[in-house]
Design a protein around this ligand. Structure first.
Ligand code: C2E
Ligand code: MG
Ligand code: MG
Ligand code: MG
Length: 281
């Protein structure tokens, strides 16, 4: 009986909507608290360079373990934080955390670049480059040790503004990647206009390489097109040896996925690198 008797254009009070809005707001306030009190950490997933057979970079993936909610997957709070504007706090935390970690590893002789995921809102923030520069200087970290991943949709949102920020970041010497490639609307010809050096083929195309002829065709042609545009190509979501073999055959540059390693806490990552044949020299 929605709208019964209501004046035109006036929304009815909806207790469900109200309580879910309240729930969202309280989740976001818990998240802000969690970013300050250590509930939020990074797990780091290795990126394996197929040519050298070495891991020279890791992707930082946020992990929130809330005392009241337990593990909250990023897909359950990142999109919400983007809508409420709280993503600003997430990004501030993420950049500082990643830069501190990369600087600490480097000081201990472990040269690993750390890739941080950015959101749409971040690319609208003209202060982001200066903020990153200040953090790199504070921790004495060369720019080559920080990489940034942005999705196509983030860039498409407001191309002119995003391009401004991306050009500044690129001029600072940061490596930029297009994440989840293939899930958006854009084409490689448009990506050519961006100062990015890498595309990451979305895991939805990679997960079924052992089974799906169609996915093999898509992945193979994406790698070829990427290379023709001078881009490095990473495949995410590599879960078995067979898929690595295919990706190698197709000339894929970097692979990432559970088959190589899951996202790991820093100490476990260091242990993994020590024991693995893939560990950096
Ligand atoms: P993403 O950046 O595309 O990250 C890849 C996702 O695939 C991660 O999920 C990772 O754990 C998962 N993954 C890696 N290897 C495999 C595999 O072999 N199989 C399968 N099935 N999955 C694999 P996660 O950690 O849940 O993160 C989800 C998304 O949340 C990320 O997608 C990214 O968009 C976002 N995110 C994570 N951390 C941050 C952050 O610090 N800031 C922002 N803005 N977004 C973040
Ligand atoms: Mg990513
Ligand atoms: Mg991705
Ligand atoms: Mg993703």
């Amino acid at each position: 009986d929605k709208g019964r008797g209501a004046p035109r254009g006036v929304a009815w009070y909806d207790p469900d909507r109200d309580s879910s809005q309240k729930a969202r707001l309280s989740m976001m306030s818990e998240l802000r608290g969690g970013l300050k009190n250590g509930e939020v950490k990074f797990a780091y997933q290795p990126k394996l360079d197929l040519e050298s057979g070495k891991i020279t970079a890791v992707e930082a993936l946020i992990r929130w373990i809330s005392p009241s909610r337990g593990f909250v997957p990023p897909d359950d709070f990142i999109p919400m934080a983007e809508r409420t504007g709280d993503i600003r706090h997430v990004t501030d935390w993420a950049l500082r955390q990643a830069i501190m970690q990369a600087a600490d590893w480097r000081a201990r002789g472990l040269n690993l670049a750390v890739a941080v995921n950015l959101s749409t809102n971040d690319l609208m923030n003209q202060n982001l480059p200066a903020q990153i520069l200040a953090l790199l200087r504070e921790h004495d970290l060369p720019a080559e040790f920080l990489k940034l991943e942005v999705t196509e949709s983030a860039v498409m949102h407001d191309m002119a503004r995003a391009l401004d920020v991306l050009n500044m970041l690129s001029a600072m010497g940061l490596a930029l990647s297009i994440d989840d490639y293939g899930t958006g609307y854009s084409s490689l010809s448009y990506i050519k206009k961006l100062p990015v050096g890498e595309i990451k083929i979305d895991k939805s195309f990679v997960l079924n390489l052992a089974k799906s002829d169609e996915d093999n065709i898509l992945v193979r042609s994406t790698i070829e097109l990427g290379h023709n545009l001078g881009l490095s190509v990473t495949a995410e979501g590599v879960e078995d040896e067979d898929s690595i073999g295919r990706l190698r055959e197709y000339g894929c540059d970097v692979v990432q996925g559970y088959h190589i390693a899951r996202p790991l806490p820093p100490a476990e990552l260091e242990e993994f690198l020590k024991e693995s044949e893939y560990g950096p020299a």
